[in-house]
Design a protein around this ligand. Structure first.
Ligand code: NAD
Ligand code: ZN
Length: 246
């Protein structure tokens, strides 16, 4: 891991146009489980089966209970060194954009400003009847929450499995991937499409691909450097090699 951190730091020093793609893995060290982790309370439910339009239609209360529980976990969590290092790199022009599949808002809380949220935000919601949108700062007290405009059901402002990505976010992410000379892919299983397509877009335009994940993924054989490491530990080492404060 040490050698790879030195190498990645060397590459970053030349300030190539670098963008980052992150997934649930980058927030694991902040205490936010991925969908693949099994959490006691929700053990009998498959998260990937709750994050669907069908699940919401069948049982909006259950889906909202799960989101309210996740909002609680996320509200208590703090950005970790991986989020912080990326923010610090952006400040120094070493990172141009963070494209994230996460809905937890931890990149923004760490100080990243150019964050493209491909899967929406857990802090937003919209009315399924009239389209009214709102943001939460705490989980709703009554679930499912109702629209104050028309009384319709509010739904979480996240993109569920089987739903298209927000057009603007996707267009921006695609453009960034096309421009990138280097792409850091941190904490994503690289299997949820279309987000997982972005490293291939970048690579086809000549970008170097650096992957950070404790497990190999389908992207691993296509990466220029693939590091088997946890995000916070590895990004912390890269920062040290760049003499960046955390
Ligand atoms: P995912 O597909 O992004 O996979 C998680 C990846 O993180 C895995 O490959 C795992 O090996 C890796 N990982 C685990 N610990 C890590 C660490 N310490 N450092 C670096 N990598 C680590 O995520 P998923 O759980 O399959 O979720 C699918 C969808 O749900 C995605 O859109 C995802 O972003 C979203 N989701 C978001 C959050 C969040 O906002 N924090 C949490 C759960 C799921
Ligand atoms: Zn409404």
């Amino acid at each position: 891991m040490e050698q790879e951190a030195v190498k990645v730091a060397e590459l970053l020093k030349a300030k190539p146009y670098t963008i980052v793609l992150t997934g649930a893995g980058i927030s694991v060290e902040s205490g936010i489980p991925t969908f693949r982790d099994r959490d006691g309370l929700w053990r009998k439910y498959e998260p990937s089966k709750l994050a669907t339009p069908e699940a919401f239609k069948a049982n909006p209360k259950l889906v909202w209970e799960w989101y309210a529980w996740r909002m609680n976990t996320i509200a208590k969590a703090e950005p970790n060194d991986a989020h912080k290092v990326l923010a610090s790199m952006e400040e120094r022009g070493m990172v141009r954009a963070v494209v994230t599949q996460n809905v937890d808002g931890l990149h923004q809380r760490a100080g990243s400003s150019n964050v493209i949220e491909l899967h929406g935000s857990i802090w937003s919601a919209r009315c399924v009847s009239c389209g009214w949108t709102t943001t939460f700062t705490a989980p709703p007290e009554v679930v499912p929450p109702r629209c104050p405009m028309c009384g319709g059901l509010l739904r979480p402002g996240v993109i569920w499995f089987g739903e298209p990505l927000p057009e603007r976010a996707w267009a921006m992410a695609y453009e960034e991937a096309s421009r990138a000379e280097m792409m850091l892919v941190v904490g994503t299983s690289a299997i949820v499409y279309p987000a997982a397509h972005l490293p291939y877009v970048a690579k086809s335009m000549g970008a170097k691909i650096i992957e950070v994940n404790p497990e190999p993924t389908p992207l691993t054989p296509h990466a220029d450097i693939s590091v088997r490491a946890k995000a916070a530990a590895f990004m912390g080492l890269v920062a040290r090699n760049l003499s960046l404060p955390l």
